[in-house]
Design a protein around this ligand. Sequence first.
Ligand code: PLP
Length: 408
Amino acid sequence: MPGEIYFDNNATTRVLPEVAEAMLPFYTEQYGNPSSIHGFGSQVGRRIAEARAQVAALIGAADSVEVIFTGSGTEGDNAAVRGMLEARPDKRHIVTTQVEHSAVLGLCQHLEKKGYRVTWLGVDESGALDLEELRAALSEDTALASIMWANNETGVIFPIEEIAAIARSKGIPLHVDAVQAAGKLPLKVNELPLDLLTISGHKFHAPKGIGALYVRRGITFPPFMIGGHQERNRRAGTENVAGIIGMGKAAEIAFDRMAEDASRIGKLRDLLETLLLESCPGSRVNGRGQNRLPNTANISFRYLEGESILVLLDQHGVCASTGSACTAGSSEPSHVLRAMKVPADWLQGAVRFSLSRFNTEEEIRYVNQLMPSVVQRLQGLSALGKLGNQQRSQPEPGVAAGTAGVRG
Ligand code: PLP
């Protein structure tokens, strides 16, 4: 197939042409500073207000003043956690999960070293949280809970409505990392008892370097960048105007097309999983059986290394990933799959295919044609593969063909 086949949309997405078009004048013509007194600058402020309303609509915020533009999802996550710790200085405990993105995970590990106590909630083999464990972890000393909406590696969706109700019943503020959920699921923050929520533009066809943090009205939340008066004194710094306009436009389009996209992309993802499980014996879907994002398939190829699979796929123009782009380059197996207790022989061979509205059935069928030869080639090369071929004649408990998500 000509050109690249891009199945790495959880890493980042293509900027929509309509989004790029909406942004361009803010570099070349309407380049004024929104804080200026003159009309040339201040008219830009009005466009930012429109974009803020578009983002508020995407997440279902009651009021656009609850939306603070940031420079990334990572910034939103950091600002939310650090902000709540600063607002509740007498509390020294954080509750989060073992499967968070490194933006929350790494920060909480850092805070642990600084003397905060962190409860790391585990997940079961399908990636689900134990809500009773969450309830038991929240205490008088808890400053906040930070729990993701949808997992970036497996697409597993946590039941945020129930999680938020538990946190609220204990009077604990909840931050939700919705970076992978925004644009893919209806979020409706105002109907949920959550307090803070992070999203990032480049995951839903806006450019990189622009994100937003939702802070519910009435929550005490200190400024996280100190300087000028931008973002109502909460995040100082001259605005990334074109990025904000682009994120607003992308939010509007995602909102309008969400149901249609989810249904079409979900069918393609299901087709990909069905075909690959059939054509590649010794493959399984991680997180199968759970409520998952419609665009994400995390497939393990037993005894193989995900990175080697990616290199061969790349030679044929197929872009996928082993997990989070932010942890690529580390030889450690995925912390998400480890938390799900994925057995050692399936752990290294995970490949994440994450789709967008630009993918086609033709691309899915092309990858499915390619994959068996990639797997066979690597099985031939890998010592683990050889071992696997020997062992395959003796089925292992729990991984026989027909077990949920597992074939071969
Ligand atoms: N949180 C999740 C769940 C993510 O998937 C990502 C990016 O992959 C981030 C946070 C960080 O977002 P950004 O790349 O905008 O910093």
